[in-house]
Design a protein around this ligand. Structure first.
Ligand SMILES: *[C@@H]1O[C@H](CO)[C@@H](O)[C@H](O)[C@H]1NC(C)=O
Ligand SMILES: *[C@@H]1O[C@H](CO)[C@@H](O)[C@H](O)[C@H]1NC(C)=O
Ligand SMILES: *[C@@H]1O[C@H](CO)[C@@H](O)[C@H](O)[C@H]1NC(C)=O
Length: 361
């Protein structure tokens, strides 16, 4: 027995040795024995669950320059820390650890733009903190006038920009009121110049009353007072999709669409029917599925993405974020208002950027 085992061992060493004369084969051999690389097609990085990891969060938010007062939960007194200590674990592979220096090196001289509502601002903010923590000594040049905020990491000359747009399609002022033009995008000229684009829109489509930022809707020559909002969302997104197909050189520019960001105002969704917000939530939902499944808007988004001929990737963050009822600011923001829509920085939203990083590197 003992001899047999030893012979067996020698054979293995011999085979390993032979294989490793050829570096490619050696790599192939090694790969079979470690976890699959996340970029492999066989792994869906959006299917998985949250695991506790004490090496998280990825950075100390108190050292991040100018976190918006809406997202800086610790500064505004959030007492619990557990929500910071979760890592997204896909079922069939491991995500790479975020390495800001590699990212800045790879994107030297390039421009990355987030375009959308305050959820885009939220993700942009997180990426700024993640990059800053890898190169804390580096100067960040802050520029841009509304609707653009432009942070450039000097030395690397990498610009990370956020472009505020509630609906992606245009809202124009006319003497008789503000018009949401569902079939027009005039801001696109600047977007086209970027190397990476991450779009998002959803939050504003159902707003009514004083929070509704338009008075009329225009489609072609037709001007109407209102319409089914999901239908309007679909028409607006379709205009965006046609804009991408017609205007973006996807050989130069990589295009992503951020999936619908979920809110947590209905405790029935997590088995706590009395809850009307996320105020008391400190831990994620275990497992990989959310009770109500994907929201209707996700299906509409998917339908529109399917019509594109150019390659656009869905950053499919919906389900993994649905599981994180604990990750919103709740009332820990400057204005003390209950917010179960945005996400604390640091926190869950860093994972969106880890996933973006995985797709880009
Ligand atoms: C997004 O991910 C969720 C969870 O893995 C999955 O149920 C859904 O089908 C995915 N959507 C798309 C369009 O891949
Ligand atoms: C952002 O700032 C950098 C550095 O000043 C500049 O090169 C770049 O053109 C700016 N981009 C936009 C879109 O404002
Ligand atoms: C439209 O008018 C509002 C206030 O009247 C202003 O805040 C907004 O910037 C204007 N938008 C455009 C596109 O001119």
């Amino acid at each position: 027995m003992g001899i047999e085992m030893r012979i067996n061992g020698w054979i293995r060493v011999a085979i390993f040795g032979v294989i490793c004369f050829c570096p490619w084969l050696c790599f192939a051999y090694a790969e079979g024995h470690v976890n699959q690389n996340a970029n492999k097609l066989s792994c869906n990085i959006y299917e998985g669950n949250w695991v506790q990891d004490n090496s998280y969060p990825l950075y100390d938010s108190s050292k991040c320059p100018h976190i918006e007062k809406e997202f800086d939960c610790l500064k505004y007194g959030r007492p619990d820390r557990e929500y910071l200590k979760y890592r997204w674990q896909p079922h069939n592979c491991n995500l790479p650890r975020f390495d800001g220096k590699s990212f800045l090196t790879k994107f030297k001289g390039k421009k990355i733009m987030f375009i959308g509502d305050s959820v885009s601002l939220n993700q942009w903010q997180s990426l700024i903190c993640m990059l800053h923590s890898s190169v804390p000594q580096l100067r960040i040049l802050e520029k841009g006038v509304a609707p653009i905020t432009n942070y450039t990491f000097q030395d690397y000359d990498v610009s990370v920009i956020v472009f505020h747009s509630t609906h992606l399609v245009d809202i124009v002022n006319r003497t008789n009121g503000r018009i949401l033009k569902l079939d027009s995008i005039y801001n696109g000229e600047i977007w086209k110049e970027m190397d990476v684009l991450v779009f998002n829109t959803w939050l504003w489509w159902y707003r009514t009353g004083p929070k509704q930022p338009w008075d009329y809707i225009q489609i072609g020559n037709k001007i109407i007072k209102d319409m089914d909002r999901m239908e309007a969302f679909k028409i607006g997104l379709t205009t965006w999709a046609k804009w991408v197909d017609t205007n973006v050189d996807t050989k130069k520019t990589k295009v992503f669409f951020q999936g619908i960001s979920p809110q947590h105002y209905h405790g029935t969704e997590w088995n706590k029917p009395e809850a009307t917000n996320c105020a008391k939530e400190t831990i994620p939902i275990t497992g990989s599925t959310y009770s109500i499944g994907l929201p209707t808007s996700s299906h509409v988004l998917q339908d529109v993405l399917n019509t594109l001929t150019k390659p656009v990737q869905l950053l499919n963050i919906t389900t993994l974020s649905q599981l994180r009822k604990d990750a919103h600011p709740s009332s820990y923001n400057a204005f003390r208002g209950m917010d179960c829509t945005h996400w604390c920085v640091a926190g869950l939203i860093d994972t969106w950027n880890v996933l973006l990083y995985t797709k880009l590197m």
